[in-house]
Design a protein around this ligand. Structure first.
Ligand code: LLP
Length: 416
C-alpha cells in the first residue's frame, strides 16, 4: 500500500517511522494507518454507482473504538455479532440505524438491546432464532426488521475454517428450507421481513463464488415474490480477500461492485455489504522485536516478542503473512529463519522459513495484520495484549494501552 513504504531504508507508515513508534511504545505493537482504512472504505462507497448500497464494516475484524469512530465518521454502517459489538458501535458514535446484527447464537438479552438501539436489520440464522426474536420483539411492543441468512451452498475456495456457505457449515438456513421459513416469518408478530443475506466465507480471491451466491439468492427472491413476499435488500456479507502473499490478485472492490450491480440492475433491491478484512487488513502491521537468535544444524530459530496470543492466524489457519525488517540495512547475512514466540506451544510462530537478515534487537513488521489479529488476541501464558496506535499523516495516537498485570488479573479472587 502506498501509505506503508520504505524511505531511506526505514519502514514508514504515512508520515511516521515505524522504528520510532516501536521505541516509544515498546513491542509487540499494532500500528494502523487511518488513510489505508479510509481508502478501503471509500473504495467500496465510490464503487457503488447504480444501486443504493450500505457498507456495514464487520466489527469482528478489528473492533478498536478509534477505528470504529473513524469509520463512523466516513458514514459506515456496522455488522455486529454480539451485544458487546453493538455497545462498541454506540460508544464510538456509530449510527444504530445502519447496523445489521449477524450471528447464529443471539440471546434474548442481545435481541432486546438491539431493538432498543434500533438496529437496521437482524440477520436471522435459524427458525428457532426467528421464534425467539418474534417473542422478544412483540413482548416489547416492537417490530424487528429481519433478513434470513441463507446458505447458498457454494464453495468459496478458501481455507475450510473460514468457509461458511457450504451445507456442512453451521451458518444460515438451507436454500431448500428458506421459503418455508419466510412464509412462517410473514405470519409472526413483531417481525417485518426486509431482506435476505448470505456470507459464504472469508479471504475469497475469486469473483465466481460471489456471482454464484448472488444468482442463487436472486432465484430465491423471485420465488418469494411469486408467493407474495417482496424484499427491500440483499446483503452479500463480507469475504473479499486481500493480497497476503504479495502475489495474490483478489478482485478489486470496484470489479466486485460492478459484478453485483449488473446482477441487481432492475431488481429494485438495495445492497448491503459486510466487509471486514478488506477494510482493515492491509492497514495494520504487527511490530515485534527479535529477542534471541538460536541457529541449529537443522533450523534457525529467531525468538521474537510477538506470539500466538498476539496473532493466532498462523497457528489456526496456516496463514502466511509477510514479515519485513523495519530497518532494511543490516550487516547480518540473509538466512532462513523460523520466527517463533515465547509461548509454550509448537504452534507458536508468526512465520516459518523466512529469508531475513537478523540481529538480536532488530524490529520486524508482520504485514496485513489489521484484521483478525488483535481481535483474536488472548492472554494465554499470562501475556498482556499489545498496545495499538492509529496513525494519520504525521500524527499518531495511542488508541489502546498495553495491558498491565493488574488488567490481567482483574476480577480474579484468591480464596479467603
Ligand atoms: N459477515 C459475516 C456474517 C461474517 O461471518 C464475517 C466474517 C464477515 C461479514 C466479514 O468477513 P470478511 O470481509 O472479513 O471476510 N478469523 C478468520 C476470519 C473469520 C471470518 C468470520 N466471519 C481469519 O483470520 O482469517
Amino acid at each position: 500500500h502506498n501509505h506503508i513504504y520504505y524511505q531511506n531504508g526505514q519502514l514508514q507508515m504515512e508520515g511516521v517511522a515505524v522504528s520510532e513508534l516501536a521505541k516509544q511504545y515498546g513491542t509487540p505493537l499494532y500500528l494502523y494507518s487511518s488513510s489505508v482504512i479510509a481508502d478501503n472504505f471509500n473504495a467500496y462507497k465510490n464503487a457503488a454507482k447504480s444501486i443504493p448500497t450500505m457498507v456495514c464494516y464487520a466489527i469482528k475484524a478489528n473492533s478498536n473504538l478509534a477505528i470504529l469512530q473513524a469509520l463512523a465518521k466516513l458514514g459506515a454502517g456496522f455488522d455486529i455479532v454480539s451485544g458487546g459489538e453493538l455497545q462498541r458501535v454506540l460508544q464510538a458514535g456509530g449510527d444504530a440505524s445502519k447496523v445489521v446484527f449477524s450471528g447464529v447464537g443471539k440471546t434474548a438479552d442481545e435481541m432486546a438491546l438491539a431493538l432498543e438501539a434500533g438496529v437496521h436489520c437482524f440477520n436471522v440464522e435459524s427458525d428457532a432464532e426467528l421464534s425467539l426474536l418474534s417473542r422478544v420483539a412483540s413482548q416489547r411492543g416492537d417490530t424487528a426488521r429481519i433478513s434470513l441468512r441463507v446458505n447458498p451452498d457454494v464453495d468459496p475456495k478458501t481455507h475450510p475454517y473460514i468457509s461458511t456457505g457450504l451445507r456442512d457449515n453451521k451458518f444460515g438456513i438451507t436454500f431448500e428450507q428458506a421459503p418455508a421459513v419466510y412464509q412462517r416469518a410473514a405470519g409472526l408478530p413483531g417481525i417485518e421481513i426486509v431482506g435476505v443475506d448470505c456470507h459464504i466465507g472469508s479471504q475469497l480471491t475469486e469473483l465466481a463464488p460471489f456471482n454464484d451466491a448472488v444468482d442463487r439468492l436472486l432465484e430465491l427472491i423471485a420465488e418469494l415474490k411469486a408467493q407474495g413476499i417482496s424484499l427491500e435488500h440483499i446483503d452479500m456479507g463480507g469475504g473479499l480477500g486481500i493480497n497476503y502473499s504479495g502475489s495474490e490478485a483478489p478482485p478489486t472492490k470496484s470489479s466486485y461492485l460492478a459484478a453485483l450491480e449488473s446482477k441487481l440492475a432492475n431488481t429494485g433491491l438495495s445492497l448491503i455489504l459486510e466487509p471486514g478484512r478488506s477494510i482493515v487488513g492491509d492497514a495494520g502491521v504487527l511490530v515485534t522485536q527479535v529477542q534471541y537468535l538460536k541457529p541449529t544444524a537443522h533450523k534457525n530459530f529467531a525468538i521474537v516478542d510477538a506470539a500466538m496470543n498476539d496473532n493466532i492466524r498462523p497457528a489456526l489457519y496456516q496463514a502466511e503473512q509477510r514479515i519485513v525488517s523495519v530497518t532494511e540495512t543490516s550487516d547480518a547475512p540473509v538466512q532462513t529463519w523460523d520466527l517463533v514466540g515465547p509461548v509454550c506451544e509448537s504452534a507458536d510462530f508468526i512465520g516459518k522459513d523466512r529469508p531475513l537478515a537478523l540481529t538480536a534487537g532488530d524490529y520486524l513488521a508482520q504485514l496485513d495484520a489489521g484484521a483478525y489479529c488483535f481481535g483474536m488476541a488472548s492472554n494465554y501464558n499470562t501475556r498482556a495484549r499489545a498496545a495499538e496506535v492509529l496513525i494519520a499523516g504525521d500524527d499518531h495516537w495511542l488508541v489502546r494501552e498495553r495491558e498491565t498485570f493488574a488488567d490481567l488479573i482483574r476480577g480474579e479472587h484468591l480464596l479467603p
